[in-house]
Design a protein around this ligand. Structure first.
Ligand code: SF4
Ligand code: SF4
Length: 108
């Protein structure tokens, strides 16, 4: 019996573009920094950042904690999605142009 559901043909699919890093992640200093004077602790960045770069900085006696960056190297190199969702303007990232040489795009 032949299988009608094999998944080996790519003739109608356009190749998927993927990215890979050209250096170990810990050697690429791409991650956000925070201006805690303007962070209001809304936590939108925690919800929005799927890799989990941010966490609430919970301290005893603080009613509305701010955030901290606990996993900087989980930040996806050249991602900038959290910057516009922070309406306080507390999140800063480096200039992407300075990091483009760390990322190579390839087709699957
Ligand atoms: S989105 Fe901005 S203001 Fe809200 S917790 Fe994150 S850094 Fe702070
Ligand atoms: S740039 Fe992307 S991966 Fe990095 S902290 Fe912001 S949302 Fe997360």
């Amino acid at each position: 019996m032949s299988s009608a559901t094999t998944n080996t043909s790519h003739s109608t699919n356009t190749p998927r573009k993927r990215k890979r890093l050209l250096a170990p992640r810990e050697e690429i200093p791409w991650f956000p920094t925070l201006d805690l004077l303007v962070c209001n602790g809304c936590a939108d960045c925690i919800v929005y950042c799927k890799p989990g770069v941010f966490e609430l900085d919970e301290k005893k006696g603080v009613k509305r904690p701010k955030v901290k960056i606990t996993n900087p190297f989980k930040c996806l190199v050249l991602c900038t999605r959290c910057v516009p969702i922070c309406t306080s303007g507390a999140i800063k990232l480096p200039n992407p142009k300075d990091f483009e040489h760390f990322v190579e795009e390839y087709e699957e």
